[in-house]
Design a protein around this ligand. Structure first.
Ligand code: ADP
Length: 166
């Protein structure tokens, strides 16, 4: 079976992530979205909330599974019975870090390949941290995250729900 792991912090999942997940799910038999246990940033959502949100947003994709992982990524990928790590690339600025990570992961385990998927143009500027900042400052994130994600973000940030703003 051709299985890939798509790792990240997903704090929270955005339409940019979901675009990569959908496209990867069309190419691989199974895509495991792996939520990293300890993101370096101070997360808005707990690990279980991040996992739950991705599950809700990928319900329509039967070959997508969602889990959490801790420790070395290549070890997790091997335990999953996968050979491929999927990474999304937005801009040149992503490249240097991802290049370094891909080479280090190959050094750690040469059997695992990292494959990069280019973002869809309309999501090339989109990141979880920017979405959080925009919402905090009162901006509109409707085209950037699914409605359930916006709702949970508003709750976590202590912002009024959209309905009560009208
Ligand atoms: P971020 O917090 O920067 O959004 P994550 O760690 O959650 O990043 O991202 C997980 C993976 O998804 C990474 O490979 C990242 O490059 C990719 N990614 C994030 N946003 C996008 C996007 N808008 N388009 C394509 N790939 C993306």
């Amino acid at each position: 079976m051709n299985k890939a792991v798509y790792p990240g912090s997903f704090d929270p999942v955005t339409y940019g992530h979901l675009d990569i997940i959908e496209r990867a799910a069309a190419v691989f038999d199974e895509v495991n979205v792996a939520v990293v246990v300890n993101p370096s940033k101070n997360p808005l959502f707990s690990l279980s909330e991040r996992v739950e949100l991705i599950r809700m947003c990928t319900q329509h994709l039967p070959n997508v599974t969602v889990s959490q992982f801790e420790g070395l990524l290549v070890n997790y990928v091997e335990r999953q019975g996968a050979r491929v790590i999927i990474k999304g690339l937005r801009a040149i600025s992503d490249f240097e870090y991802e290049f370094q990570m891909a080479l280090m992961n190959r050094k750690q385990n040469p059997r695992i390949e990292t494959l990069f998927m280019m973002t869809s143009g309309k999501y090339s500027y989109l990141s979880s941290s920017l979405v959080k900042e925009v919402l905090r400052l009162g901006g509109c994130v409707r085209d950037l995250v699914p409605p359930i994600v916006e709702k949970r973000m508003r709750r976590s940030l202590g912002l009024p729900s959209e309905d009560s703003e009208a």
